[in-house]
Write a protein that binds this ligand. Structure first.
Ligand code: 4NP
Length: 149
């Protein structure tokens, strides 16, 4: 799960997907990262923490990290929150196999739409509820896909 800062959208996506995976007794590694180095080592934005908590998800222990080329080796699927994140990830790909791992996360729930998860950083708390709902829907689809593999 990849966004720009790794403090708003992608930590929420990580928390949502981890909870769904645990609830189903599945065993997959889930992580998140930012394409920027702005918030390395920082906790998720307090608004993201609060909104996740309201949905029964504790993301307080997560820490920002930057996406690296190594992530292509360590993960089978890489989901970008918006098109700018997508382009930044693709720029680090070394081959077609790397590129094929990357997609916009909302293409899971809205196939071929190339929709972005709106960046809530400069907005109000409503933005975080919208982010949560979009990511919850996308992760439901992802779980169904994984279970049917
Ligand atoms: P995120 O949100 O990419 O969802 O973590 C942002 C966090 C920080 C900044 C921008 C977006 N920033 O400019 O510092």
């Amino acid at each position: 799960m990849v966004c720009l800062g790794n403090i708003c959208r992608s930590p929420v996506a990580e928390g949502i997907l981890k909870k769904k995976i645990e609830a189903r007794g599945l065993n997959h590694v889930v992580d998140s990262a930012g394409t920027s180095d702005y918030h390395i080592g920082q906790s998720p934005d307090h608004r993201a923490q609060k909104n996740s908590e309201e949905h029964g998800i504790d993301i307080s222990a997560l820490q920002g990290r930057q996406f690296t080329k190594e992530d292509f080796k360590n993960f089978d699927r890489i989901y970008a929150m918006d098109y700018s994140n997508y382009e930044n990830i693709i720029a680090l790909a070394e081959n077609e196999e790397d590129k094929e791992k990357v997609d916009l996360i909302l293409n899971l729930s809205h196939p071929n739409s190339n929709m972005s998860v709106p960046d809530p950083y400069f907005g109000g708390e409503d933005g975080f509820e919208n982010v949560y709902n979009l990511l919850d829907e996308a992760c439901n689809k992802l779980i169904t896909d994984i279970e049917n593999v």
